[in-house]
Structures are given as structure tokens and as C-alpha cells.
Design a protein around this ligand. Structure first.
Ligand code: ATP
Ligand code: MG
Length: 276
């Protein structure tokens, strides 16, 4: 379990001023949950994510990964082993000349036995649907394939938690879909805990929990339905509803009413189907 307790963060500037970026943030994430974090630019999402694997050490408050304190220096390698991170730009995440080399590099770094390495690499590559591309250099991959490989490289280290900071924001719609499908499958089949930071509302509708941030504060937290129910609040902080929910509103304006609120495209198709 991940526990974030009363976490504050300030970036100090050269001229002795500081920017408060996190303000008494409290979050609990259970093993096996799919949690999405959304919020406008500069709301503190990346700062929060960096606390989860010790890229930033808590200044005030605490972050606990399975009860291990991120604030204590000697825990840092254990924390990094437990929490895998994937970032926005797929091109910045490759160190190897091929996917296989990239995955091997990470494993060598943690002293993984070389006789078991190929098995682990194939396992991780297959998890992200890249098993047939192991000899490919990154520049011969699509954005979606690159980002899936980056996820594979992290999975090869067998983390307990996977944190992804806007992993789809530089991808085309096809690449975005591929990455989200991989994440959903990892969560469903392997019970992998996923913490997804995104600004695409359509990506968060499949989460167990959505956390909404604004100016360093958590302003909403709940299931996608609970969160997207707060239309006015979301509009105030410049966040849109998922496309299916917008479409439902448009249909309502034309006199087509559904009994329940819909958020996913699948729900919407089902509701329309029931009308006939
Ligand atoms: N290294 C830094 N030094 C100083 N200020 C920073 C630094 N990193 C972020 N900030 C500031 O902290 C605030 C929160 O930034 P953060 O990157 O955590 O937000 P975010 O929600 O991830 O934004 P985005 O959607 O643009 O990725 C912003 O005002 C940002 O300018
Ligand atoms: Mg960010």
C-alpha cells in the first residue's frame, strides 16, 4: 500500500522566494488499484509522482511505500525497486540500441543473474506485446511501441507499483490506445497497481479511483462517476468531462435521456442499444 500523509512541497527559487507546489496532500493507494491523477498544468502532479520513488524526498509530511519511509535515505534503493516510473517522452527513456539491450541494461544495473536474463526480458516484452520486436532499435518503432517498451523495461525489474507521468501525451491516438490497453491488462490480469497521471479524461474512466489536483491541493477524489458528477467544479478548474459524458449531455439536450450517467464509450453504446 502507498500512503501519502500531509505532504507539503515548496520549490525554492534563487531569489529566496518559493513556490508552494503541494499542500497537505493525503492519499492512500491499495495494492492492485488503478488510480488516475488529473489536474491542470502546474497543479503539482509530477511533483507528487516524483515523491513516490524518492526522486524528491518529502520536506514535510511522509510518503510510505508498504510502510517504508521515502524520507529516510537508506530506504531509497528499496523504494526505487518497488516503484517503477515511466515518463512522458519515449525518446528520453532508452539507453540500449535495441529493446532487448535496453531491458538488459536495467537488469544488469541491479545485478540480475545473466543466465536468467533472457527469460525475464522475454516475459516483460510479452507483457507489453513487444515480444517480437526485441532486436528492433528504438528509432524503428512507433511512439506507442516505444512507450510500451519503456513500460516493459520497467516491468522487467518486477516493481510492485507502476507510476506513469503523462505516458501518452506525446503519442498519436493509436499509440495512446495501445498504451492504455496494456495498462488495463496489467491491472486486470496481473493485479499490478497502476498510478496514471494524464490530461486525457477518456483515459481515466477505467480507473478504480480518480484524484483531481489544483494548485497543489487535492480538490476531488473518488470513483470516476463520483468525480465526473462535479461538473461545475471541474469546469472551474478547466477540466473537461470524458467524451462519452459530453456526448450524453448533447443527446440529453435533444431529448434523449438515459437512466444513468455514462462515462465510457462502451457504456454509451450499451445505453443507446437499450433504447431500441
Ligand atoms: N524544478 C522546479 N523548480 C521550480 N519550480 C518548479 C519545478 N518543477 C515544477 N515547478 C513548479 O511547481 C508547480 C507544479 O509543477 P508540476 O510539474 O508538479 O505540475 P504538473 O501538474 O505536473 O504540470 P504539467 O501538467 O505541466 O506536467 C508549477 O508551478 C511549476 O512551475
Ligand atoms: Mg507534469
Amino acid at each position: 500500500m502507498i500512503k501519502i500523509i500531509d505532504l507539503d512541497h515548496e520549490y525554492r527559487k534563487d531569489n529566496n522566494t518559493s513556490i508552494k507546489t503541494l499542500n497537505k496532500v493525503n492519499i492512500e493507494i491499495k495494492k492492485g488499484e488503478f488510480v488516475s491523477i488529473i489536474g491542470h498544468n502546474g497543479s503539482g502532479k509530477s511533483t507528487l509522482a516524483k515523491h513516490l520513488n524518492g526522486l524528491i524526498i518529502p520536506q514535510k509530511g511522509e510518503v510510505l511505500i508498504d510502510d517504508i519511509k521515502v524520507s529516510e535515505d537508506h530506504n531509497i534503493w528499496e523504494i526505487r525497486r518497488k516503484v517503477g516510473m515511466v515518463f512522458q517522452n519515449p525518446d528520453n527513456q532508452f539507453v540500449g540500441g535495441t529493446i532487448e539491450e535496453d531491458m538488459a541494461f536495467g537488469l544488469e544495473n541491479i545485478g540480475f543473474p545473466s543466465k536468467d536474463m533472457m527469460g525475464r526480458i522475454e516475459y516483460a516484452a510479452n507483457k507489453v506485446g513487444m515480444g517480437n520486436f526485441l532486436k528492433r532499435p528504438p528509432h524503428k518503432l512507433s511512439g506507442g511501441q516505444k512507450q510500451r517498451s519503456a513500460i516493459g523495461s520497467v516491468l522487467a525489474m518486477e516493481p510492485d507499483y507502476l507510476v506513469l507521468d503523462e505516458p501518452t501525451s506525446m503519442l498519436d491516438p493509436k499509440g495512446r490506445k495501445e498504451v492504455i490497453e496494456v495498462l488495463r491488462e496489467l491491472n486486470k490480469k496481473d493485479k499490478m497497481t497502476i498510478i496514471l497521471i494524464t490530461h486525457f479524461m477518456d483515459e481515466v474512466v477505467y480507473s478504480d479511483k480518480v484524484i483531481v489536483m489544483d494548485m497543489g491541493n487535492i480538490v476531488l477524489q473518488g470513483t470516476p462517476k463520483e468525480v465526473f458528477h462535479n461538473k461545475e467544479m471541474l469546469a472551474q478548474i478547466n477540466l473537461e468531462l470524458p467524451k462519452a459524458a459530453i456526448l450524453q449531455e448533447l443527446l440529453k439536450a435533444k431529448g434523449i435521456n438515459f437512466k444513468d450517467e455514462v462515462l465510457t464509450k462502451e457504456d454509451l453504446v450499451e445505453e443507446i442499444w437499450q433504447l431500441f
